[in-house]
Design a protein around this ligand. Structure first.
Ligand SMILES: C[S@@+](CC[C@H](N)C(=O)[O-])C[C@H]1O[C@@H](n2cnc3c(N)ncnc32)[C@H](O)[C@@H]1O
Length: 251
């Protein structure tokens, strides 16, 4: 089994203080090949996970949906495709190259059913008024943050009472045999694919590293409850490699 050279592994063990800058620079650098690598690493399954997430987002016909760390826009586009009633979608990300791709892809879509507005912003300090959003969602953001509580309290500020928080993230599979197989694949194969296919071994070494200290799905649910969300629930997708958490803001 191929392994990652120690220098790439060391560089990917990023210091917490430097993490936001490290993460932004990394996504700036990998933006052009980000979608391709997602499809390779998940054998295309990420499209299915986003569609499942989008269906949950639009279930109560929200008027305004905020896609945090929207990246190249795929979850925002899935929400637009699944929405049954008119809704406005906001996509926020701090990486300009990722947002540029989202805007280009948006321009090339055959159909624009509802408006999507992309904005450059730090998700920990959103340029949005209190209680202005019906559903806040995010895909593959949480592992990149130093303190989840900062994000949760910012989301609770921006969500209207009764609003929903829906998050899709890589997780630790609950079944031991899948957990071992996934760890083998994620820690050893993914960095090599990143190097061979897109010459970004460090970014694809950071990816498994970012999961190591990330809470498992029950603990993430507990952290959401502790920060003030109600009705927290979750389900596994992709043989337990991905978890979809959902919660409400009560007041
Ligand atoms: C793994 S990508 C996910 C992109 C997209 N949500 C998707 O599903 O493909 C993580 C994204 O989070 C963004 N990001 C990380 N930390 C952020 C922050 N503090 N504020 C804004 N964007 C952030 C990165 O720029 C990157 O586009």
């Amino acid at each position: 089994m191929p392994t990652c050279p120690p220098d790439a592994a060391e560089r990917a063990m990023v210091n917490q203080q430097e993490k936001p800058t490290y993460v932004r620079r990394m996504f700036d650098a990998i933006a052009p090949t980000y979608d391709f690598m997602n499809t390779v690493m998940t054998a295309g399954a990420h499209h299915l996970w986003r569609r499942t997430t989008a269906r949950q987002i639009v279930a109560d016909d929200p008027l305004v949906v905020l896609d945090l760390a929207c990246g190249t826009g795929d979850l925002s586009f899935a929400v637009m495709q699944e929405a049954m009633a008119p809704c406005t979608i906001l996509g926020a990300d701090f990486s300009r190259p990722m947002l540029n791709l989202a805007q280009d892809k948006h321009g090339n879509l055959p159909e624009h059913r509802f408006p999507i507005v992309f904005l450059q912003a730090n998700v920990l300090s959103l340029p949005l008024p209190d209680a202005s959003i019906d559903v806040i969602t995010n895909a593959f953001l949480l592992r990149n943050l130093v303190d989840l509580n900062v994000l949760f309290s910012e989301c609770l500020r921006v969500l209207r009472p009764g609003g929903k928080f829906i998050t899709l993230e890589i997780t630790h599979p609950p079944v031991p045999v899948f957990r071992s197989a996934f760890a083998l694949y994620f820690n050893n194969v993914v960095p090599v694919l990143g190097n061979l296919l897109v010459r970004h071994q460090e970014a694809y070494t950071y990816l498994p590293t970012s999961l190591q200290s990330f809470p498992n799905a029950p603990n993430l649910a507990e952290a959401m409850r502790a920060s003030g969300f109600a009705d927290v629930s979750y389900r596994y997708l992709g043989l337990g490699t991905v978890a979809l958490h959902s919660a409400n803001k009560v007041t």
